[in-house]
Design a protein around this ligand. Sequence first.
Ligand code: S3P
Length: 164
Amino acid sequence: MDLILIGFMGSGKTTISQRLGQRLALPVTDLDQVIVATAGQSIATIFAEQGEAGFRRLETQALAQQVARPGILATGGGVPTQAQNRFLLHRQPAPVVLLEIAPETAYERVKADKQRPLAKRLDLAELAALKVTRQANYQRCADLIVDANQSPDLIVDEILTKYQ
Ligand code: S3P
């Protein structure tokens, strides 16, 4: 990959990856979409039928398969929580950019989304607590941390200033 985006649910990884892909004329891959296409099931169905552990196995397989391909990769919010995924991220050369979002904003963006099984069952305080438990792993993986509470244009400019 040329650049990998990580961050909590609702941090804007999908939006920012699309914009980066346009600006850099690079292909964009969304890891959740790869998992859905490979499994032939929605994220919600995978969670319902195989549990979170089953989803994480598929996610690690998809990451291993995609990580060396050219382009921009938007990962799922849980990718840095798995040691194997952190290993895959560390040993590949592309910069890993963490989109850092306020939990309140993340909550507003994801609360109505039925395709995010983890977010669906959490209130704001629980979502914020989940983010706290993940924070060290997000930071451990990141080469650059960008404030994702800004407008998408500013976020993209900040990333391109550093890596273009
Ligand atoms: C998850 C985030 C989701 C998706 C799955 C699990 C997580 O991706 O991979 O629902 O554990 O944070 P987004 O970050 O794109 O919402």
